[in-house]
Design a protein around this ligand. Structure first.
Ligand code: FPP
Length: 240
């Protein structure tokens, strides 16, 4: 880590699309679920590095609204991995001051999984080091529709006027309310897509696409991306 001067212009929020588990498994002659298991180890590495260097929020796309369409066995394996993660890591997250948060349509989760997730979020709620934000059963369009519905209901109830709907109001009705927008979005696995991830919040994020398959994504590669980010000129649509 010494070779990089990571303190100035440290991103506040890093978001990651963890793609490539299936291909990694195939390349190693293993079942897809083994790729997800290997991917869970990369999650541990990324969480500890981000907390160590002072990232405020790490958002991980763990399960998309579209992932429900995968074969039932794979969905079950991913849910099992999530439960294992919560069981294994909640205590460590508490010790490290990492607050767990979840975004997405959590009502679609099995009630047991949902309860374990909510319990882990409650137990870690006082964490001040970093927020680990897991996107589960998440879709950016769903999130925007849900926010619009809530706002419409508030307008109907007379709490809000239509002409007060602005960027700030929308932002405060999203699942990510209270979190800063991502500064960096990284997608591993060699695809150049956003795949319905944080559609509103990524408006000014710097985008990084890595060919590395998620289980092989390393701390060094993340540090290189942060280093590159620190060289980029972010104008947010303005002239500097
Ligand atoms: C995409 O790879 C990855 C997923 C759909 C699941 C991500 C899950 C993990 C990394 C492990 C569990 C997470 C936690 C937080 C414990 P893919 O299956 O689409 O890969 P492919 O494109 O190579 O088939």
């Amino acid at each position: 880590m010494d070779e990089f001067d990571i303190k100035p212009l440290l991103p506040r929020h890093i978001a990651m699309i963890m793609d490539g588990n299936g291909r990694w498994a195939e390349q190693h002659g293993k079942l897809r679920v083994k790729g997800h298991e290997a991917g869970a180890q990369t999650v541990d590495k990324m969480v500890s590095l981000c907390a160590e260097i002072g990232i405020e929020v790490l958002t991980l796309y763990a399960f998309s609204s579209e992932n429900w369409e995968r074969p039932a066995l794979e969905v079950a394996a991913l849910m099992r991995l999530l439960r294992h993660y919560l069981k294994r890591e909640t205590k460590r997250l508490m010790e490290q001051g990492i607050r767990l948060r979840a975004i997405g349509r959590l009502d679609r989760l099995d009630p047991k999984v949902r309860k374990e997730l909510e319990d882990a979020c409650k137990k870690t709620a006082a964490g001040k080091t970093m927020t680990l934000n897991l996107a589960i059963s998440y879709g950016g369009r769903d999130e925007i529709c849900d926010a619009v519905q809530t706002i419409c209901r508030r307008v109907q109830a007379g709490e809000l006027k239509c002409d007060t709907i602005d960027d700030k109001l929308m932002t405060s009705h999203l699942d990510t309310a209270g979190l800063p927008d991502p500064d960096i979005m990284i997608r591993t696995g060699g695809e150049y897509r956003i795949s319905n991830f944080l559609l509103w919040q990524l408006a000014y994020a710097e985008l990084y696409f890595s060919d590395t398959l998620w289980p092989d994504f390393s701390k060094d590669e993340l540090l290189q991306i942060i280093n590159d980010f620190q060289q980029r000129e972010r104008r947010f649509g303005r002239v500097l």
